[in-house]
Design a protein around this ligand. Structure first.
Ligand code: B12
Ligand code: SF4
Length: 469
């Protein structure tokens, strides 16, 4: 058991969501409190967001690659660092837990930790979150600055660590956690036990000032993992196989947030809300029965076995927006991506969703290995043909290679030249196939063509163009 006084200050590092509070930190805080640990939370991300000039705010995550890089960042925010350090120290916690959601946070975090350690070398620094999931990202840190990295789900691993630290026990591998030393001396802790969502308390968000976030929306999680394994997908690597929580629990959460905060809009962070169609119908029926005055949005996978009735039910259950992971309208490309559906299923799902009165957003990836001009044309032609059924392109992505995915692990299979991986830091974006028929310039040209089609058809879109040119 962790001693009551041996608590932790959890700190959310920018850049991250400014519309809603961070779910990861909220889950950790609620869990630790439920086992008697004293916890406080500081969301530096939202504080810095509000202090930033409009031109930065408007592109908080898009321009992240340049703004959040170490050198440029120093100029913009250096004056604020000492104030944050003073505040962090004034909380009086010996153990500080930093949450990094993306690797873009690393520059900021390093500077912050450096100053904290200068001010108080005895602070114990723990870092967790998706931004430090892979070993190679840990190489950015010095072992004497970050005491522990927690990889993957944090609840039980952090409980384990805090218990050991409070008892003065040495850290050894056991049936709960695995511990490894990185080359730079950092210790990497990984929880071994899988646990169902239902075994965790619902995050209360009571540690957050919800008024600071720009939208009155809360993130909700019903399931973890995914039923599919798409070649490019990092989310599946992070979250594993599909495992839903109970309908009971997610509805109880929504009712709690309505009662406690008057929140009426919810964002399901799940990779997909339709991993189990029977459960989805059950969820909808439950929301309908409870007559909850809400709206909600979420990601949904294209499924051939999803009929009109499900979309009608979703609408009746106050669902407003559905984000479909479409990626392409070419069957050849969809097969290469291992998406598990065909273009005709996309069309059917979009038509049914629109007929039910739902808003449809889709994700598109331009230039997946194997996509030829004719395949790309299939995508553009179908977007033109079915533009009435597409309310927005939630993300228009230039195909990039994320570390840890099937694409990155099997470059040969995707006909991608491998040698440059070590040579070029931009490999993830500027990769090319062996025949060079798919390279960065070709992909960019396609992206720009698609952008102009979307503008012509007045389909709003969000892309990563600003990031890459
Ligand atoms: C939901 C989500 C969002 C939501 C955030 C909602 C919110 N307010 O919480 C939204 C849609 C806003 C979002 C936006 C973005 N996202 Co996002 N997002 C996710 C997603 C799908 C789930 C994250 C989540 O909430 N999981 C559930 C919670 C409970 O788990 P968790 O956050 O991982 O936290 C647990 C552990 O990580 C750990 N932990 C976390 N912090 C700490 C701290 C300590 C001290 C410890 C010990 C442990 C610990 O314990 C927690 C509890 O188990 C992940 C993919 C994934 N499956 O992980 C991508 C992901 C994190 N996002 C990513 C990205 C890139 C982005 C964007 C930059 C995309 C873009 N260009 O717009 C933006 C950035 C936001 C911004 N404006 O700056 C990437 C990060 C990649 C990387 N490693 O750098 C991911 C991994 C997706 C991907 N495919 O690459 N995102
Ligand atoms: S369906 Fe979506 S979340 Fe699941 S593996 Fe494919 S891209 Fe990833």
């Amino acid at each position: 058991m962790v001693q009551q006084n041996n608590g932790i200050l959890l700190i959310n590092i920018p850049p991250w969501d400014f519309e809603k509070p961070p779910l990861g930190v909220a889950c950790l805080a609620t869990y630790l409190k439920s086992i008697g640990v004293s916890v406080e939370v500081m969301d530096i991300n939202i504080e810095i967001y509000h202090k930033s000039p409009e031109n930065i705010k408007s592109k908080w995550s898009d321009i992240a690659a340049s703004v959040w890089l170490e050198k440029e960042f120093a100029v913009k925010y250096d004056n604020d660092f000492q104030k944050y350090v003073d505040r962090i120290i004034s909380y009086g916690y010996k153990i500080l837990g930093f949450s990094i959601n993306t690797t873009m946070s690393i520059g900021f975090l390093k500077r912050l930790i450096l100053q904290i350690k200068r001010a108080d070398p005895d602070k114990i620094i723990v870092v967790g979150g998706p931004g430090c999931f892979f070993s190679h990202t840990l190489a950015n840190f010095r072992g004497d600055f970050v005491n522990y990295f927690v990889i993957g789900k944090g609840e039980f691993a952090l409980e384990w660590l805090l218990t050991k630290l409070s008892a003065g026990d040495s850290l050894k591998n056991d049936e709960k956690c695995r511990i490894n030393k990185e080359e730079n001396g950092c210790l990497r802790i990984e929880g071994i036990k899988e646990y169902p969502i239902d075994s965790l308390p619902l995050p209360t968000f009571e540690e957050f000032n919800l008024k600071l976030y720009t939208r009155a929306v809360l993130p909700v999680r019903w399931s973890q993992g995914c039923i599919r394994s798409c070649a490019f997908c990092l989310d599946k690597i992070f979250s594993g196989d599909y495992s839903p929580g109970s309908v009971e629990r997610v509805v109880a959460g929504i009712k709690f947030y309505i009662d406690k905060y008057g929140i009426k809009e919810f964002y399901f962070i799940d990779n997909l809300i339709n991993g189990d169609l029977r459960l989805l119908v059950e969820l909808c029926d439950r929301i309908i029965k409870e007559d909850l005055s809400i709206v909600w949005n979420g990601q949904i996978a294209v499924r051939a076995d999803m009929d009109k009735a499900i979309f009608v039910k979703l609408k009746m259950a106050k669902c407003k927006w559905l984000n479909f992971g479409v990626e392409s309208f070419s069957d050849k490309v969809l097969l290469a991506m291992n998406k598990g559906f065909k273009a005709e299923n996309v069309v059917q799902n979009m038509v049914d969703a629109k007929a039910a009165g739902l808003n449809v957003a889709i994700f598109i990836i331009v230039g997946f290995p194997g996509e030829e001009e004719a395949d790309f044309e299939e995508t553009t032609e179908n977007i033109k043909r079915y533009h009435e059924y597409i309310d927005s392109i939630a993300n228009l992505n230039l195909c990039s290679i994320s570390f840890g995915t099937d694409m990155s692990n099997n470059l040969e299979k995707y006909n991608i030249i491998a040698q440059e991986q070590e040579l070029s830091q931009e490999f993830w974006l500027k990769w090319h196939t062996k025949d060079n028929k798919n390279n960065f310039e070709i992909r960019l040209k396609r992206l720009l063509k698609l952008r102009s089609i979307l503008e012509e058809f007045k389909i709003p879109f969000k892309d990563n163009y600003g990031l890459i040119v």
